[in-house]
Design a protein around this ligand. Structure first.
Ligand code: PMP
Length: 392
């Protein structure tokens, strides 16, 4: 049981330990509750108590009138260096309210000024891509930039000019967990979203070193509700423009959140490579989930998953098993053209691939949720695959 939890449709009771029969398993959202058991074990070390009088100011106490804590920035740089997933020494750090806010902040920072003579930037991504790049960009479509659709429409630098393009690349990708690289090339600006570039979810081949990178606390520590993300930016002017966006929009990331994140990052750092390494824990959970789901789906001719191979990880210093955040499901049967619908009939709620501009034959299963959710999912998938034996 999970005292203090909020139960979903498959569970009831004060600690969500009572199963609701015949419920629909929820594998839709990317809520990273797989890390809740870790933080229950480190409850006091990860706790932050804030008195009523504390941190009332608009500014941080350690930032000399700034909105961004110098100490938190220092600890985040240490975390990247210790994990080896990003080069930070030649980068500026810009905090935001979740990395969702960075989507628009960075697009704005890389676009021509509204009063400039050049045409608006075109913002693009390769399908299947994280849908918020589209929805956020479209919401503010205008003089500075507009949504330009998928990269498939624009080809690459050898065929077309890539001037004025901004390409989003997600690595590893949401929804299909592949380590993608930019495709446009040439003079296109690139924003690389590394939300999942942590050893829970992927091997780390080398530290990331792109000009503009996005990170979030939501996936490595699991504190999605705190709404904290940061950008690593090489160019000082681009960093200034992104920073100004966040200041004009919300006067900087919440000081309460920055205080809590400081405590959380310190616990993560203190335990690196020890018995309570959060990445070893996270990888252990995610690898087991992927292995179990694969074992069942490999018996199916109705659905299949993306292929993933073990690979060498510089953080663990060994070859590690795959552990993706999401399973990218393909429905193979002629009649299951709407894969999301077919899964829903089998009482599994997934996220339709059409949202990622992929075919409706694809749908996304989240593997990030609580143990309870995962067990409910496994039951339903096992039922679905077992039922195939009786199909004509
Ligand atoms: N980028 C990607 C690829 C994501 O999957 C998510 C969350 N699902 C985000 C950004 C946004 O995360 P947050 O706003 O919680 O930092």
């Amino acid at each position: 049981g999970r005292p203090g939890c909020e139960c979903n449709a498959c569970f009831a009771g004060p600690d969500c330990s009572l199963r609701t029969p015949d419920c629909t398993a929820d594998a839709n959202s990317g809520n990273p509750l797989f890390l809740e058991p870790y933080w229950r074990r480190h409850a006091s070390a990860g706790a932050v108590v804030v008195s009523g009088w504390h941190r009332m100011s608009y500014t941080t106490t350690d930032g000399h009138g700034l909105f961004q804590s110098i100490e938190l920035e220092r600890q985040i740089r240490r975390l990247h260096s210790a994990v080896g997933n990003a080069v930070v020494d030649d980068k500026h750090v810009v905090f935001a309210a979740g990395s969702i806010q960075l989507i628009n902040a960075l697009v704005h920072a890389l676009s021509p000024d509204a009063d400039a003579a050049s045409p608006p930037a075109r913002v693009v991504a390769t399908a299947p891509y994280y849908p918020t790049y589209r929805t956020q960009t479209k919401m503010f479509d205008g003089r500075e930039y507009r949504w330009g659709g998928t990269t498939a429409l624009w080809g690459n630098a050898s065929r077309n000019s890539t001037d004025g393009f901004i390409e989003f690349v997600t690595s590893p990708n949401n929804p299909d967990a592949q380590l993608y690289k930019p495709v446009l090339g040439g003079s296109a600006a690139v924003i690389v979203d590394h939300a999942y570039y942590w050893p829970h979810f992927t091997h780390i081949p080398a530290p990331a070193d792109e000009d503009v990178m996005m990170f979030t606390m939501s996936k490595p520590s699991g504190h999605a509700g705190s709404r904290f993300g940061w950008a690593l930016i090489r160019d000082q002017d681009v960093a200034k423009r992104a920073n100004k966006y966040v200041q004009d929009s919300i006067m900087g990331a919440s000081r309460d959140t920055q205080l809590r994140m400081l405590g959380i990052v310190k616990v993560m750092l203190a335990n690196l490579h020890g018995e309570e390494d959060i990445f070893a824990f996270g990888h252990g959970v995610m690898r087991t989930r992927w292995r179990r789901l694969n074992a069942v789906v490999s018996r199916s001719r109705r659905i299949s998953l993306q292929k993933m191979a073990p690979a060498y990880c510089t953080y663990f210093k060994r070859i590690r098993d795959p552990s993706p955040a999401y399973a990218w499901v393909k429905c193979e049967r002629e009649e299951d053209e709407d894969c999301h619908e077919a899964m829903l009939k089998a009482k599994i709620n997934t996220r339709p691939g059409v949202l990622n501009e992929a075919s409706s034959r694809y749908t996304r299963i989240s593997l990030l949720k609580s143990d309870d959710d995962f067990e409910a999912l496994m039951e339903r998938v096992t039922d679905l695959v077992n039922a195939e034996r009786y199909d004509a």
